[in-house]
Design a protein around this ligand. Structure first.
Ligand code: PEP
Length: 247
């Protein structure tokens, strides 16, 4: 199973649901539809209304983040995994570089993963090196640290998807070479197998994925799908990625 996950970031109002209508129409008709899953993570404000509409449809909804506490608390503006589940989210991103940059620590991320799973959300755990790490050839050691500080065997690999998103690639149009990406993905899966003591969870790639580079990624069999930012905000760009990937 491949995953195409659209991360809308700070984008979208109620009428933007028309984008999902078009994606869902394509997805429902596509002969390849059983090979992949489409998940969209709109902002918190839209999860309830969109999930209600797409309840019995193919697209699944998720959140872009969650707070590192369960149930209710006195933290202003915080949204817990319990609250997300109650409005229909099935997934949540955890550890996106935007949120790591805003202060999410490994300790907080571990709590987020724990409470998300407790509330029956699947976690898309994001990791990735910055430009400096890459230039200093620290990519693999940074990724190993990000994975081993947060993920544990008790989390159960079926609840986890890992998204490898090099920070220097997000929103820049720059992507790793296919050799680099294959090597890195194999390494991530090796670390995950050691953590979970069995087969690795799915590992996605994220960073400037669009219709024109989707086919290049297809050569890398180890990649189980994509986390897509910019190109998920229009139905055409998002559908082009799926079309070109399966061409
Ligand atoms: C992202 O922010 O998760 C992302 C992958 O963005 P983009 O596709 O725009 O690089």
């Amino acid at each position: 199973m491949k995953y195409f996950i659209g991360n809308w970031k700070m984008f979208g109002v109620p009428k933007s649901i028309s984008i999902l209508h078009k994606i869902n129409a394509y997805y429902s008709r596509d002969k390849k539809r059983n090979k992949y899953k489409v998940i969209i993570t709109p902002p918190y404000t839209l999860i309830e209304s969109y999930s209600r509409y797409f309840k019995n449809k193919r697209i699944s909804l998720g959140a872009q983040n969650c707070y590192h506490r369960d149930y209710f608390s006195s933290n202003t503006a915080a949204i817990s995994p319990y609250m997300l589940k109650s409005v229909g989210a099935k997934y949540t991103l955890v550890g996106h570089s935007d949120n790591r940059g805003e202060g999410d620590t490994d300790v907080m991320l571990k709590e987020k993963v724990k409470y998300a799973i407790k509330n029956n959300l699947k976690v898309v755990f994001c990791i990735g090196e910055n430009k400096k790490d890459k230039n200093n050839k620290k990519t693999l050691s940074v990724l190993k640290r990000q994975l081993t500080k947060v993920l544990e065997k008790k989390f159960n690999k079926n609840n986890i998807i890992v998204a490898y998103e090099p920070i220097w690639s997000i929103g820049t149009g720059k992507i790793p070479t296919s050799n680099e990406l294959r090597k890195t993905t194999i390494y991530i899966k090796k670390i995950l197998k050691a953590i979970f003591k069995k087969a690795s969870p799915a590992v996605l790639y994220g960073g400037s994925v669009d219709g024109s580079n989707a086919q290049m990624f297809k050569e890398i069999k180890e990649i189980d799908g994509f986390l897509i930012g910019g190109a998920s905000k229009t139905s055409k760009k998002f559908i082009d990625i799926i079309k070109n990937y399966y061409r």
